[in-house]
Design a protein around this ligand. Structure first.
Ligand code: BG6
Length: 493
């Protein structure tokens, strides 16, 4: 996937939700990094749109203030901010008012930029009205690209209805559905590992792989998003999108080329091959949990139900563990264990590919040691290959093997100034590159797979999510789930 950002072009990026959390935390810092790295086309305007009453200068001042919250190395110097700020503008808009879209059209009009990006960083309830109004104001021209942030719906039906409305105004190739996990350098490297190297391909199948773990653990709680999260839960927030996209990247067949649809066709096949849930599977292979009070990073932290915005009797899950199977020739019978949660013992996202043991043992190896490939997604971005080797105990011949691992730290190898997920994705939108964005049929298929779990949990009146103490690895039922297959999570080894 060769990168060649077109720096000579002009663009206008309209950021709906311009004073929202995502704009402050992710989008503005990412746009600034692109500016600093010289990849943001110079002839570009970024216009924040919201209901607030702000002048351009007041908006710039607010953004400047928010940069105090980003890592020191990623903050602009006063000179850098002054130059970056020249790209920034603000427009007051009420999405329910057609005349406000006319004003936006006038604002954009005379310049006629090469690319116009409409970034909807607003709640999904506003997607429909925004798209209808954009179309009514003639703002869905062929050079317009629409970016949709998750969540795209609450279930399959709402997802479909959003996609249908959006497609009435924009064609599929104009729609960029963000899953920021696909923009992470570690996920790019997963594609590179699988499809840029011939080494693993012959091993990447049921004959050699026993099981795969996907863990996305967070040590923080719901922070200020209690109200949103309480109606969402971990399955919708993390599994339907991020975890299933990781599963696709792991399990898909090699695409015929690196074009967006070739990649997305293969991901879609994986989602379609996910084994459907039976009542027995739902009872045994879908665990939900909710954090109680505990200690995280040395500090006493409250229970989920005591977080601001959360219903004190909430049954929303903050932890999910699932056992998935892919019913095709490559993967039949290989469990994929997915686990994600808030307020867990560490912020740690990784994938462990566990290989089968040697078929015939002529050496002694410590129990439970097999070859493993660990793909570290965050906080470290790296690869570890776990092997067994012969040490030199007592300088005598020995049959005993010891575990060793080869370690590749990408940040160390390529430098810490790597392109962040949002920076990469925003540039891809401006550049019209759809590879790392999710097609509507992928999204719908992912909803189709998670929906029976949601329905099962809703129907289970007596059992709510299992409690776990903040700062632990989730409810013990998650360990029991994987132990039934004779395995354990990597940190329990
Ligand atoms: C978001 C979820 O999509 O991803 C958040 O809504 C979650 O709840 C976040 O914390 C995780 O992203 P990252 O990049 O920090 O792992």
């Amino acid at each position: 996937m060769k990168l060649s950002y077109i720096t000579g072009m002009s663009f206008d990026l309209v950021l709906f939700g311009g004073t929202g959390d995502l704009a402050w935390r992710k989008l503005m810092p990412a746009l600034f990094q692109a500016f600093r790295h010289g990849t943001l086309p110079k002839d570009g305007r970024i216009v924040g749109v919201a209901r607030d009453d702000l002048t351009d200068d007041a908006y710039r001042a607010l953004i400047h203030e928010r940069f105090d919250q980003v890592d020191l190395a990623k903050r602009p110097t006063p000179g850098e901010f002054e130059r970056f700020a020249q790209h920034l503008h603000f427009l007051r808009m009420d999405l329910s008012k057609p005349q406000d879209f006319q004003r936006l059209a006038q604002w954009l009009g005379p310049r006629n930029a090469d690319v116009v990006v409409m970034y909807l960083a607003v709640g999904p309830s506003l997607f429909t009205v925004a798209c209808e109004q954009l179309a009514a104001a003639g703002l869905n021209r062929p050079n317009t690209r629409l970016v949709l942030e998750k969540p795209l719906g609450h279930d399959l039906a709402s997802n479909r209805s959003i996609n249908e409305t959006v497609r009435r105004a924009f064609s599929e190739r104009q729609i960029f559905r963000i899953d920021h996990y696909l923009g992470k350098p570690s996920v790019q490297n997963l594609f590179a590992l699988r499809f840029g190297n011939a080494l693993f391909e012959p091993l990447w199948r049921r004959d050699t792989i026993s099981h795969i773990e996907i863990t996305i653990a967070e040590d923080f709680g719901v922070e200020k998003r209690g109200t949103f999260y309480d109606t969402t839960g971990a399955l919708r927030d993390m599994v339907q999108n991020h975890a299933l996209q990781l599963l696709c990247a792991l399990a898909m067949e090699p695409p015929i080329n690196a074009h967006a649809d070739a990649i997305r066709d293969e991901k879609l096949k994986v989602l379609r091959s996910l084994k459907r849930w039976t009542p027995a599977d739902l009872a045994q292979h879908a665990v939900r949990g909710q954090y109680g009070a505990g200690v995280a990073n040395g500090e006493q932290v409250p229970a989920y139900r005591d977080e601001p915005g959360v219903d004190p009797a909430s049954r929303t899950e903050t932890f999910v563990a699932l056992r998935a199977e892919i019913a095709n020739w490559r993967w039949a019978g290989v469990p994929f264990y997915i686990r994600t949660g808030k307020r867990l013992a560490a912020r740690d996202a990784h994938i462990v590919v566990n290989f089968r043991p040697a078929p015939h043992a002529i050496f002694n190896s410590p129990p439970g040691t097999v070859n493993r490939l660990v793909i570290e997604l965050q906080p470290r971005d790296g690869l570890q290959l776990h092997l067994l080797a012969q040490g030199q105990e007592n300088r005598r011949a020995t049959q005993n093997l010891a575990p060793v691992h080869l370690d590749l730290d990408f940040e160390h190898r390529f430098g810490s100034e790597r392109v962040g997920a949002y920076e990469r994705l925003l540039l891809d939108v401006i550049d019209g590159r759809l590879n790392l964005f999710v097609r509507s049929d992928e999204q719908e298929e992912a909803w189709r797979w998670v929906e029976p779990v949601l329905e099962h949990w809703q129907a289970e009146e007596s059992n709510g999510p299992r409690p776990y103490a903040a700062g632990t690895w989730g409810p013990s039922a998650a360990s029991a789930m994987i132990a039934r297959d004779g395995h354990s999570w990597s940190e329990e080894l």
